[in-house]
Design a protein around this ligand. Structure first.
Ligand code: TNX
Length: 628
């Protein structure tokens, strides 16, 4: 089915490669300035890529590799001094760029004779290449060229640069582990949408996911739990060790590979090592560093726990600094995230922390966390890096160069900016991708609130801030917590297309913001995601209102609409959550009279994203068709 959609989209594309209007292009995020020219430029093996230095060569190589795998074309790369310029050339250059383009901006000029991409830095050239690729048929992102496809781009001049320099997505790999190869694929898609920060949430109560040579028990003990957890059926999760336990971790070699890969995509990876709370998995391995002494299980459920590092114990600082030293050796990121969220207020009642409060004259328990954060901040700072933390770290005594990630609304971010801290806006009521994408027909989720595409798209990180405060807003970030996102397909489903909305919030000018136009472009983006074989939530499902009806010919029969193309339908009549083992729907049926509701699960064939809708029944009959 998906294949058919790709082919139809492709066919439509080939016949309209020369748009008359800028509004016909489908670039995400929307570029700053677009001027349509006349005619088009055709890619073929005869086209030469001319690069004028190492950064341009990197961008040219990325373009050549993408075209190679997507179209089968083999384009030669030449240094611009020895290549014949003119017809049939794609020029990539940092030499003649206009400096007002900034660090990440670019100019892309396409005429029937050739293509030029100009930027001041490699990142800009890379984004120029991404835009060029988005002007091609979406199949360019795939791995098998459809026969007869024409690789033609419209003549156009684009000048473009980002609104914010931090355009991030956070992925929680603690609650559910995402293997290294999947991380590569995830990064590819972030880069396609000009997102430039991958915040890797590597540790939490439910799992420690990064090898630390000095403390091997962190991954020997901390990376594994007895079940998939979160009361989920084990079969929805995919990463089990040889002994059958759930979990996994990245070796230091894995991390180096991922960091190198991200670097080529101009993505900074910001690692997060949670402290002082959300530390149960670490403390299961080293309970002597905790406030209570333990023992601790690797938590198999969601929540806020008392696995907290003891700030009154010097060994805690030795440990945390050793861990961060290895982390900073692995990650070149200027920012190191230390968590800092959701520390229970009564955490510091143990004798060592009580003594610390007296000795250091700390004004109450909340300041114990600040004491720990500021010591760690000094340590990170002395290594030439900056600390980032969730907004709970905000406190009058917080080290001035600490960056605050505002998740409990935007007001903490606004306050932090007023106090002179840099801020990343990531408020849960706009940016949390663990919220369901619609009110019906969505997978099991944690938040119990709805985070539809339109809401994410409508976010403005500097709304209601003074110019002075706004100058401290580094940018925006979407967060995907994975308590109920048990495998990589579900990660993709929850990420796309909402991360594309965050990309546009972070990159494109605040106005115009036209959601209908964004949806039109998302339809094309879906074809790109199809070509990448990436799951996502199709936007036409927004129009999905009613999935259960009484059948027309016999009102006593229940009829379930095949609302999601290609999905298997399973249902339950006892209120339980449908699984693939629940009865398979094969046509209208009569429900028992005592049955109160029907739950319908749409199971995509190619993933386990479960989509559930409810409908009330009375005397075994479906009663409110218009209210769903
Ligand atoms: C709060 S946001 C958390 C996470 C949970 C998330 C669930 C934040 C800094 N902490 O530990 O996974 O809610 O939405």
């Amino acid at each position: 089915m998906r294949m058919l959609v790709i082919m139809l989209t492709l066919a439509a594309w080939v016949y309209c490669t020369s748009p008359a209007h800028a509004e016909d292009l489908s670039i995400i995020p929307r570029p700053e300035h677009v001027q349509i020219g006349g005619g088009s430029f055709r890619f073929s093996n005869a086209v030469i890529l001319q690069a004028d230095g190492p950064e341009a060569t990197d961008a040219a190589q990325f373009l050549a590799q993408t075209l190679q795998s997507g179209t089968g074309m083999n384009l030669a790369i030449k240094s611009s001094s020895d290549a014949a310029s003119g017809v049939g050339a794609v020029l990539l250059t940092t030499a003649s760029a206009n400096h007002s383009l900034g660090d990440e901006g670019y100019e892309l000029e396409i005429t029937p004779k050739g293509v030029a991409i100009r930027a001041t830095h490699g990142a800009g050239l890379f984004y120029g290449v991404q835009t060029l690729l988005q002007l091609m048929p979406p199949a360019v992102y795939g791995h098998s060229a459809p026969s007869g496809a024409e690789w033609v781009v419209p003549a156009v001049t684009i000048r473009d640069q980002p609104r914010f320099r931090w355009r991030g997505v956070m992925l929680d790999v603690s609650r559910h582990f995402v293997p290294k190869d999947a991380i590569f694929r995830y990064l590819d898609l972030l880069a396609m949408h000009k997102l430039n920060v991958f915040h890797w949430h590597l540790t939490d109560d439910q799992g420690w996911r990064i090898e630390i040579k000095k403390y091997p028990r962190l991954t020997e003990v901390g990376a594994w739990r007895n079940s998939a957890g979160f009361k989920l059926d084990n079969k929805y999760s995919t990463t089990y060790g040889p002994d059958g336990r759930y979990g996994g971790f990245y070796s230091q070699d894995d991390v180096r590979e991922v960091v190198r890969y991200a670097g080529r995509l101009h993505i900074t990876i910001v690692p997060e090592i949670e402290m002082p709370g959300h530390a149960t998995a670490a403390l299961a391995a080293y309970p002597e560093l905790s406030t209570s002494g333990g023992p601790f299980p690797i938590e198999p459920v969601a929540g806020i726990f008392h696995g907290v590092y003891c700030a009154g114990n010097e060994q805690t600082f030795t440990f945390l600094q050793d861990v961060l030293t290895e982390v900073m050796d692995l990650f070149p990121s200027p920012y190191i995230h230390i968590g800092g969220d959701e520390v229970p207020e009564d955490s510091w009642n143990d004798p060592k922390d009580q003594k610390l409060i007296v000795d250091q004259k700390l004004a109450g328990p909340k300041v114990v966390e600040t004491y720990l954060v500021n010591r760690i901040s000094r340590f990170i700072h002395s290594h030439g890096r900056k600390l980032v933390g969730w907004d709970e770290i905000l406190n009058p005594d917080l080290a001035p160069d600490a960056t605050v990630m505002s998740w409990r609304g935007t007001k903490n971010g606004a306050e932090a900016a007023r106090a002179g801290h840099d801020v990343v806006m990531s408020p849960s009521h706009f940016c949390y991708l663990d919220g369901e994408q619609a009110t019906v027909t969505e997978p099991l989720h944690l938040r119990g609130w709805t985070m539809p595409l339109e809401r994410v798209y409508g976010f403005d990180p500097v709304k209601e801030l003074s110019p002075e405060q706004a100058s401290h807003i580094l940018g925006v970030q979407a967060n995907l917590w994975t308590e109920y996102v048990p495998n990589f397909e579900s990660v993709q489903y929850m990420t796309w297309p909402r991360a594309a909305a965050i990309a546009e919030v972070g990159w494109s000018a605040a106005s115009p913001r036209d959601f209908n136009d964004f949806k039109r472009r998302i339809k094309v983006d879906e074809s790109r995601l199809d070509a990448c074989q990436t799951d996502y939530r199709p936007i036409e499902e927004d129009e999905l209102q009613r999935v259960v009806t009484a059948s027309k010919d016999n009102a006593s029969k229940i009829q379930i609409e095949p609302a999601i193309p290609g999905a298997e339908i399973h249902y339950t009549l006892d209120g339980s959550f449908p699984t693939r083992e629940s009865p398979l729907y094969s046509g209208p049926f009569e429900a028992p009279k005592d049955c109160k509701d029907i739950k319908v699960g749409y199971f995509r064939i190619d993933s386990v994203a479960v989509i559930v809708a409810d409908a009330p029944l009375e005397n075994g009959r479906f009663v409110q068709p218009d209210k769903h």
